[in-house]
Design a protein. Sequence first.
Length: 114
Amino acid sequence: MKFKNGATGQLSVISKDTIFCRLTAFGDKMWAEVRDLKHPMFKAETELSFCEIGAEPIKDLFPATDIIKSNLEEWAMAIQGEADYRFTNQEKIENVAILEAMDKSIKDQKWVKI
C-alpha cells in the first residue's frame, strides 16, 4: 500500500479453513500481527505480536471474545438509538471502496489509487 504521506505498507490476512485466522500489517518501521490461537467458537485467546526496528518482539494475550455477538449487539443498540455504532457511515463506504479497489487491481493486474 502507498499512503498519502509517502509511507508504504503491506496488509496480509489469512483465514485458512476453520481453525486459523491471522491479520498482519507490515510498515517501514514496525510490523504487527493478531492471530487466533484456535477458532473463536472454542473461546481461545487471541495473540497480539508487534516489533519495532531494533527492538525485540512483544507479545500479549487477550481473552476470548465473541466478536460476532458483540458486533450484532452494538448494531442493535445503534439502530434503537441507544448508542453509536462503532463504524461511521463514511468508514463503511471507505471499506467498500477498498474492497472494490482490490477487486479491480486483481482483474487489471495493476495498482489502483483510492
